[in-house]
Design a protein around this ligand. Structure first.
Ligand code: ATP
Length: 453
């Protein structure tokens, strides 16, 4: 990949080609929100479908869930989010812009920030004479809760308070007993969920990397406390295998053992997965050993017994949880980022997305060589209809000349372009042009589906 590729190139391509638009763009945007266009949602779906197949459909120990986004406020009191789900905030004393204190410290080269208390961070600002990005004095730090609060129903008082969930995990913990009662699974077993999560991030940034509304794909594996380590290692390995299965290059993936002082308070062991994005090495997902923290907290707050009773009559226990978590938007960005290629074809710069075929939003584009020749269009329509029926994500493209169509399809990562020309009318074969090599070959129409899929 060319070294000059910048985030702006990706933002610009994804907007131009209908992958991702600024949220509420018509009204000047809404910070921390992005809208997926037709190709973006297809790419995102292809990734989440691959995830669902890998972790749910292909396994017999994982149960899919789709819990409500709004939950009883007691869920978030029990989980600790009401009291503790906050980030440290500092305010620019002149222009009132707000910033994540820990990010400013890290940007200034201060080490071990994640392990610092609020007081220690305040001190670090003074010791290092750190100013706001605009060069102004900063306020003292205050903790800012990131949950979006709302009221459910017509009465707005304390009893009707609810939150847009900041993680999907809790929806699985509160359904633990339902799954056990409905399916009597042997332990270890897992639940999996894909869904929106919301965090009122102090400073959303880096395109879809840090946003206020995003999608998570999370798994909670319920295990006996005696063999948590074995289960952890098994699921961490699965997490790695999934990253590789969607084409993320192994050399860009890093698995970081999070030191005790940096871990969430409930976690006894965590391995973050980081990825070499264009913007640097950043968190893509993680695998955390959450112990019995969540189930025990819900047991205490709800007064319901959430112990697991083994079928062999051995003593009941509160399962411990291993949680592989994935940020879907961060995966979309990683896939686009690592697929973005600039090369030269016949002396001209070309940009293409080298997407793995199973993720490409459009698998094949079909064109008549000339769009003003009805006999070509008719034949091309027949081929298009057949491919659409057999392959699904096929695009009709007769805009501009053939060179322009190829460039456009390259930019959206379409692996194959099929062109119907005058010879096709005689010999029932077509030209298939390959995205990565730009090579072209003649293929009989009857062999097309086999060739492409
Ligand atoms: P970060 O340190 O980057 O804020 P986190 O450690 O708070 O992330 P988790 O609470 O572990 O993140 O959430 C699980 C996953 O959800 C993350 O690994 C990431 O992929 C995704 N995620 C979290 N916050 C955001 C966000 N604001 N925008 C996009 N994805 C996010």
């Amino acid at each position: 990949m060319s070294k000059t590729v910048a985030m702006e190139d990706i933002v610009s391509l994804t907007k131009r080609r209908g992958f991702i638009y600024q949220g509420s763009e018509l009204y000047g945007g809404l910070s921390g929100t992005w809208d997926y266009g037709p190709l973006g949602i297809q790419l995102k779906r292809n990734i989440s479908n691959a995830w669902w197949k890998f972790f749910v459909e292909d396994r017999d120990d994982t149960y899919g869930i789709d819990a409500a986004i709004l939950m009883n406020q007691k869920v978030w009191q029990a989980s600790g989010h009401v009291d503790g789900f906050s980030d440290p905030l500092v305010e620019d004393m002149v222009n009132k812009k707000r910033h994540r204190a820990d990010h400013l410290l890290e940007d200034a080269g201060v080490e071990n920030v994640a392990a610092m208390s609020t007081e220690q961070m305040n001190q670090a600002f003074k010791d290092n004479n750190i100013k706001s990005p605009d060069g102004n004095e900063l306020s003292e730090i205050r903790q800012f809760n990131m949950m979006f609060q709302t009221n459910v129903g017509a009465i707005q008082d304390e009893t009707s308070v609810s939150y847009l969930r900041p993680e999907t995990a809790q929806g699985m913990f509160v359904n633990f007993k339902n799954i056990v009662d409905s399916f009597s699974p042997n332990i270890p077993f897992a639940t999996a969920q894909i869904g929106k999560a919301f965090r009122n991030e102090i400073s959303p940034r880096d395109f879809i990397f840090r946003v206020r509304e995003f999608e998570q794909m999370e798994i909670e594996v319920f295990a006996h406390p005696d063999n948590w380590r074995e289960v952890f290692d098994e699921w961490l390995e699965l997490q790695k295998q999934f990253y590789l299965s969607i084409g993320l290059p192994e050399e860009k993936l890093h698995f970081i053992d999070v030191p005790a002082e940096d871990r969430a308070h409930y976690s006894k062991h965590s391995i973050d997965s980081e990825f070499d994005y264009i913007i640097g090495q950043k968190e893509l997902g993680g695998c955390a050993y959450r112990t019995d923290h969540d189930l025990s907290a819900h047991m205490k707050h709800s007064g319901k017994n959430l112990e697991y009773r083994p079928k062999d009559g051995s003593p009941a226990f509160v399962p411990h949880v291993i949680e592989p978590t994935f940020g879907l938007d961060r995966l979309v960005l990683a896939v686009i980022d690592s697929s973005y290629v600039e090369d030269e074809v016949n002396g001209e710069k070309r940009v293409y997305l080298k997407l793995p075929k199973h993720l490409a939003p459009v698998k094949v584009a079909v064109s008549p060589l000339l769009k003003n020749k009805p006999e070509l269009v008719e034949k091309a329509r027949e081929v298009y209809a057949q491919l659409k029926k057999d392959i699904g994500s096929v695009m009709w493209d007769d805009n501009g000349n053939i060179g322009k169509r190829y460039r456009r399809q390259d930019e959206i990562g379409t692996p194959y372009c099929v062109v119907i020309d005058f010879d096709s009318l005689e010999d029932n074969s077509v030209t298939v042009r390959h995205r990565d090599t730009t090579e072209q070959e003649r293929v009989a129409i009857s062999d097309l589906v086999g060739k492409i899929s």
